[in-house]
Design a protein around this ligand. Structure first.
Ligand SMILES: [Zn+2]
Ligand SMILES: [Zn+2]
Length: 406
């Protein structure tokens, strides 16, 4: 391709807000898919929430392997409110839905299990994948079920169907590949068949920069939403021609000008598993020293500890300092409104009425305008959240971190 053509192509590219890890709670007729997900988290409601309230232009719904969900998808297609698009995916108004699945894997010999995400181009392919998976899964209708095949065999089945494979929330002690399964991804998968990495709520790009294995991959920050409100709690900005499966794949590969251009995520310290937690004395061990699981709790001597993401990364790092390759986009910290001290449900509702979406409040509204709705003190805290100047205390052991109240 000649240079000028390339420039023309690049000029047509735009950035799209994307959140690629959203669960289904129930189907339209009340069938449970993710037991811990909300009842109103249906295929159609997710599309509406993303398109009409959140302003998210590409979403990945990762329970589309469930035949019950597939029934709902077909209803939406038949009624004409949604349609399959040429590049892969399903359009609802200006938002495109990618059809995905979250699957639990276990490796022979490895201690724990891990979650992976996969996406397919269209409903037919997803249904074909479901037929294959049914043979190796106890209940294919439910979310994030264990598959009883070796990870590399699963990887091959995904690749053979033209799918995308992305290890999910890789560092969390709860079903993260590095967090609970393996020190090296290459022990689990063929690295060439991995399309990208989901960081998860307790890690950011620079923490992941301690592992040389991850240098070549694009990182994703997704919400892992179990309720409508949490959609977009973490998200990505992705440069593409338009939101679609094919464009998403190009962006992960950073081809033809496509790429993830920003990650928006929780400050890792606010994540539930950032530091090691001792369940013997209920303390978060966030002093400077890294606590390994071979250690005893420095406070009570117990060995009942849940290792934090930070501590885990330090214990498996193959570098002294994090390395950020030149292609790595900025990681922008977000403090969701619900974390801001003194900002209750009623005030959040008032803000949403005034400014439309949480994104608009967190990133765009002026301090003055916010103050006219909830007063100066809270407006100031919201602006401090935006600038990253709030004082935080670390989370751990399943408890979120906190903003320190001053
Ligand atoms: Zn998961
Ligand atoms: Zn999930």
């Amino acid at each position: 391709m000649c240079h000028s053509e390339q420039l023309n192509k690049t000029a047509e590219l735009h950035e799209f807000y994307s959140d690629l890890h959203i669960h289904i709670g129930r189907t339209k007729n009340g069938q449970a898919v993710k037991i811990s997900g909300s009842r109103n988290l249906t295929f159609e409601n997710i599309a509406k929430e993303a398109a009409l309230r959140k302003g998210i232009e590409m979403i990945g719904i990762i329970d589309c392997h469930s035949p019950f969900v597939q029934d709902d998808i077909m209803t939406c297609l038949d009624s004409g409110i949604m349609k399959e698009i040429e590049g892969g995916g399903i359009a609802y108004q200006d938002t495109v839905i990618l059809l995905g699945s979250e699957i639990e894997i276990r490796n022979t010999g490895a201690k724990g299990a891990a979650h992976v995400l996969t996406y397919f181009r269209d409903l037919d392919t997803m249904q074909d994948f479901t037929r294959w998976m049914t043979r190796y899964m106890k209940n294919v209708g439910l979310s994030s079920q264990r598959i009883y095949v070796q990870p590399r065999e699963l990887q091959q089945e995904i690749i053979d169907r033209g799918g995308i494979l992305i290890p999910a929330h890789v560092f969390t002690p709860h079903k993260g590949l590095y967090g609970s399964m393996s020190r090296k991804m290459s022990d689990v998968f063929d690295l060439r068949g991995i399309a990208g990495i989901e960081l998860g709520l307790s890690a950011d790009s620079s923490m992941a920069g301690y592992l040389s294995e991850l240098d070549g991959y694009s990182f994703l920050t997704n919400s892992d939403a179990h309720s409508l409100g949490k959609i977009g709690r973490e998200y990505n900005k992705i440069r593409m021609l338009n939101p679609s499966f094919d464009e998403f794949r190009l962006a992960l590969e950073r081809k033809a000008g496509r790429q993830v251009t920003a990650n928006y995520g929780l400050d890792p310290r606010l994540g539930k598993y950032h530091r090691t937690f001792c369940s013997g004395c209920n303390s978060i061990l966030d002093d400077e020293a890294v606590v390994s699981l071979a250690d005893r709790c420095p406070y009570c001597g117990s060995i009942k500890m849940v290792q934090g993401v930070f501590d885990r990364i330090m214990s498996i790092a193959d570098r002294e300092e994090p390395f950020l390759p030149i292609h790595r986009p900025p990681y922008c910290y977000q403090v969701p409104l619900e974390f801001i001290p003194g900002l209750g449900k009623a005030s959040i509702l008032k803000l949403l009425e005034a400014f439309g979406t949480e994104m608009a409040i967190l990133h765009r509204a002026s301090e003055q305008d916010i103050a006219s709705v909830v007063g100066e003190v809270l407006a100031h805290r919201i602006v401090m959240a935006r600038n990253g100047t709030l004082e935080l205390s670390s989370g751990g052991g399943g408890v979120y971190g906190k903003v320190v109240r001053k």
